[in-house]
Design a protein. Structure first.
Lengths: 460, 444
């Protein structure tokens, strides 16, 4: 395979490209889901292909094709070069920031192959989970496991050659109660589950059966609980809710692919949050879904501080944007699937820990709410308004948790909200959550946090 | 054995001892991206999606790959699906029998042959205009050629090929104006690239120096593009038969929940839309009334959802890899008799909305959605467009909203979506709940 990739680079340079890089990706995923004890889905997916980028006279050409032999390589190069040569070709002035060539290999560390357990064994595990959730009154019980393995090869015309194997595993469960009170759900660890870089041991560590009973009981309790009060309250978000919220806020604000000039303008001057909040984009996070050795331009991934003490201090950039703004690449180029070109994107989001405990956060609330798990997130960036609906809440009165409430939602302007944070829990309450899409995953490290004077509404 | 070589291949590998279905979707997409008035990149991808479902031992197994289509690749994928069936969900796998389809001309050679040079020729006058007008244009011009082949073990073997072309542009100015343009057609020669760019430019220039408006209820005029954004949300979250089958939907077929001027249907055969003869299970398309005079008439189904709901199959199976369930994707809303200008002139105080963005259903029981407007939002006062407004946030329940439609536009426009399209008019809605706005930041 490496010979084929080298051939592509050679042919591109012979055709006049001043730079070329090529990726080979072979990704296999398996997903098994149970619903009310019965298998709802047990399937596998495989996605594999080549993607070639060429730079010619300051413009990019790109072509992607399913894997094949020399004839396919020839077609790939011809298509990419055809797109940048000839009359009416694109006019560009793209330059790339400097980097040194790397020859290296990186593999996600794991103890058990993600496909170590057969589908039948996975189903047995999920049936244990289902049995724990099978309590009178629970209408729908869902549990699922997902695993994947990806082989990658990257070469470029500067001499970089990188080989990687990435693996991930994860899952989740959900209990739904439907009655006259509506539809109430409790999910663990998140709606859609949580996934981690690593082998099947990650799923075993999650202890899905051990969390199933509590989840089901909370769903029942929620269905009988009163509706959340409406008003302005101090709220504490658990780590999973803060993680989901941070994903929306950071994606919209700090991915220059979406808001290029915004990111460039705000570095160093934009107040994103209260001084308690510091955020890194950490491409080297152990167990992170966005973790690998190198990005899709062959640049080593790193742990980048983007928000320090509430101020935006950096932004992510690939080699093209890096050259424009006079910086090196931050190793953040990621492709949404092998058939798309890479763009600067978040790797993993790591909020830095605070210095109090969750109990101390609760103790500091006279009249408020503790909220867990996102149900629906509608989050913008900067000063955008947002609305978030959580799965469950608990009243806090004079520093103590009281009864459960249902249908809580909170809304604010994003920046005002983040600036109202006056308490952040420490490492003991650390939560790591992996949001997995079919093509690109992101992990988030978060902690419970307290926000003052937030508008809360109990949805009827 | 079919004369079509791909179908011939599928029939050759079709298992004879079990129920099986093979769906092969090939898509070649070529597009030109432009940024800041320069055609920066030409891109090309060619993907084949092979989706196999089998029923073995009373259980259903699935497997997907996007490998190169060969007999040996197909056999491997079928073998994997058989293995997956050992631990698959209980059957049956309900297959569509062999049937006839309406013939339609979906393929245009001009579109398939449109290369980088041709696309750059179409874009040049647009980008030159942007330079002269002092505007900034970002977007893309894309052409796609695709084929769907479906065969199954009960004798179905059918194929369809088509072409699409789409032009998307976002126009911005130093005065903080924003305008969006869009056009689509199966035939690139019919694509109104310059017209839509000019329209977007006019909207951008009209939306300069936006000033915020207070929160509250407003009369809003949703232009067709915004109504299309709304229909996408409703298609997946309301008209999706899986929600009803799983008990997650609060709708009841036969209940009137919207105003009696609301008529929405799905029709893959209507030549005004992006036609398709069948769905991803090979079930023939036909008109499906979704909302008739405000009454929920039907939901979209595939074979298994139809069986669960004891309804006839409606031909809305999506590719199972998307895992979204069956939803309509050839949506029409009945036009009215109001010209857009008349809607504006007869509005005392309201907001003209070009596009919607970031839409989510936050409460499925009341069908409450949250979202924001996206560029080109203008204030109407005493029947005139008086000032630009920044992107606005809203929380609005669809039931109230679609009971408060005062006027419906007389011109419906087409917006491409997946392999289908949405054909909708403008709407004027009273009492729309605006909850805030996004302060403007200069974006290039």
């Amino acid at each position: 395979m490496e010979q084929l990739l080298n051939l592509a680079i050679e042919q591109a340079l012979d055709a006049g490209a001043e730079y070329a890089d090529i990726r080979f990706v072979d990704k296999t995923q398996r997903h098994i889901a149970l619903k009310n004890g019965l298998v709802q889905h047990s399937g596998s997916q495989n996605s594999t292909g080549f993607a070639l980028r060429v730079l010619y006279n300051g413009s990019w050409g790109f072509a992607a094709l399913p894997v094949g032999g020399k004839a396919i390589i020839k077609q790939l190069v011809a298509t990419a070069m055809d797109s940048v040569k000839g009359p009416n070709r694109p006019q560009g002035s793209i330059k790339l920031s400097a980097c040194y060539p790397i020859v290296d290999e990186w593999n996600t560390p794991f103890l058990q192959d993600p496909f170590a357990k057969s589908p039948s064994q996975c189903i047995e595990l999920l049936q244990q989970v289902d049995a724990q959730m099978n309590i009178d009154g629970v209408t729908i019980r869902k549990s699922f496991i997902g695993t994947g393995k990806e082989q990658r090869l990257y070469l470029n015309s500067e001499g970089t050659s990188i080989k990687e194997q990435l693996v991930y595993s994860g899952g989740g469960l959900q209990a739904v109660v439907m009655d006259n009170g509506g539809v109430q759900q409790r999910s663990w660890p998140l709606v859609g589950g949580s996934y981690y870089g690593g082998g099947f041991e990650q799923i075993e560590d999650m202890d899905l059966p051990g969390n199933a009973v509590r989840t089901a009981r909370e769903a029942l309790e929620l269905s009988k609980a009163p509706v959340c009060p409406t008003g302005v309250f101090d709220i504490i978000l658990d780590a999973s809710l803060l993680a989901s919220h941070a994903l929306g806020s950071c994606s919209n604000l700090l991915e220059p692919y979406q808001h290029k000039s915004l990111s460039l303008e705000i570095s160093g001057k934009f107040k994103f949050a209260s001084p308690l909040i510091s955020i890194n984009f950490d491409g080297s996070l152990v167990g992170g879904l966005g973790t690998s050795g190198f990005d899709d331009e062959g640049i080593k991934k790193r742990n980048l501080s983007v928000v320090r003490n509430g101020l935006v201090e950096s932004s992510i950039a690939g080699r093209e944007l890096g050259a424009e703004i006079g910086r090196f690449s931050t190793g953040s180029m990621r492709s949404d699937g092998w058939s798309n070109p890479p763009a600067p994107r978040i790797t993993n989001i790591a909020l830095q820990p605070g210095n109090v405990s969750l109990q101390q956060l609760v103790f500091g609330v006279e009249n408020g709410l503790y909220l867990e798990n996102p149900r629906v997130i509608n989050v913008g960036s900067g000063d955008d308004n947002f609305i978030v609906r959580a799965e469950a809440g608990w009243l806090i009165e004079r520093g103590k948790l009281k009864g459960m409430v249902k249908n809580p939602s909170y809304s604010s302007e994003s920046r005002n909200f983040w600036c109202s944070c006056d308490g952040l829990a420490g490492s003991k309450n650390r939560g790591v959550f992996g949001f997995n899409s079919k093509t690109m995953g992101v992990s988030i490290v978060a902690f419970p946090a307290r926000f003052r004077n937030v508008r809360v509404e109990g949805m009827q | 054995m079919s004369n079509n070589p791909v179908l011939g291949m599928l029939q050759k590998v079709m298992p004879e001892d079990i129920n099986a279905e093979i769906c092969v979707v090939n898509e070649k997409k070529n597009w030109t991206r432009f940024r800041k008035n320069l055609a920066k990149e030409n891109l090309s991808t060619n993907q084949t999606h092979i989706c196999v479902r089998v029923e073995q031992g009373g259980r259903v197994g699935t497997s997907y790959s996007n490998r190169r289509l060969t007999v040996s690749a197909l056999r491997d994928i079928i073998s994997q699906a058989r293995k997956n069936a050992l631990s698959g969900r209980p059957g049956p796998l309900i297959l569509t029998g062999s049937t006839g389809y309406r013939s339609m001309g979906l393929f245009h050679q001009e579109t398939a042959e449109s290369g980088p040079q041709h696309r750059n020729e179409l874009l040049s006058p647009v980008l030159e205009f942007a330079d002269r007008a002092g505007l900034i244009m970002n977007g893309n011009l894309a052409v796609k050629e695709g084929e769907i082949h479906i065969a199954n073990s009960v004798g179905l073997a059918t194929a369809v090929g088509g072409t699409w072309s789409r032009f998307n542009v976002r126009v911005t100015s130093e005065d903080q104006g924003v305008g969006h343009g869009y056009t689509c057609s199966r035939n690139i020669d019919n694509l109104k690239v310059l017209d839509s760019a000019l329209e977007a430019s006019a909207k951008c220039q009209a939306s300069s120096f936006p000033q915020p408006v207070p929160q509250g209820k407003y009369t809003v005029i949703l232009e067709p593009a915004a109504v299309a954004d709304l229909m996408r949300l409703m298609a997946v979250n309301i008209f999706n038969g899986r929600l009803l089958a799983e008990g997650k939907s609060h709708l009841e077929i036969g209940n009137r929940i919207f105003g009696d001027n609301i008529n929405i249907w799905d029709d893959g055969l209507d030549p005004r839309g992006m036609q398709m003869p069948f769905d991803y299970e090979g079930t023939p398309k036909q008109r499906l009334n979704l909302v008739s005079k405000g009454v929920i008439s039907n939901v979209a189904t595939d074979n298994s959802t139809a069986a669960a709901l004891d309804l006839p199959g409606s031909g809305h199976a999506s590719l199972w890899t998307r895992d979204l369930g069956p939803f309509p994707s050839h949506i029409f809303m009945e036009a009215g008799n109001a010209m857009l200008d008349d809607m504006i002139v007869s509005t005392r105080r309201g907001i003209l909305v070009s596009r919607l963005n970031n839409l989510n259903i936050i409460d499925p029981k009341s069908l409450t959605m949250a979202g924001e407007t996206a560029g080109g939002t203008l204030l109407i006062e005493q029947g005139k467009l008086t000032q630009a407004v920044p992107d606005l946030h809203f929380v609005q329940d669809l039931i109230t909203m679609l009971n408060n439609v005062e006027m419906i536009g007389d011109q419906a426009r087409l917006y491409g979506w997946l392999w289908g399209g949405i054909h909708v008019p403008a709407l004027r809605v009273d009492g729309f709940n605006i909850t805030g706005y996004r302060p403007v930041v200069s974006r290039g």
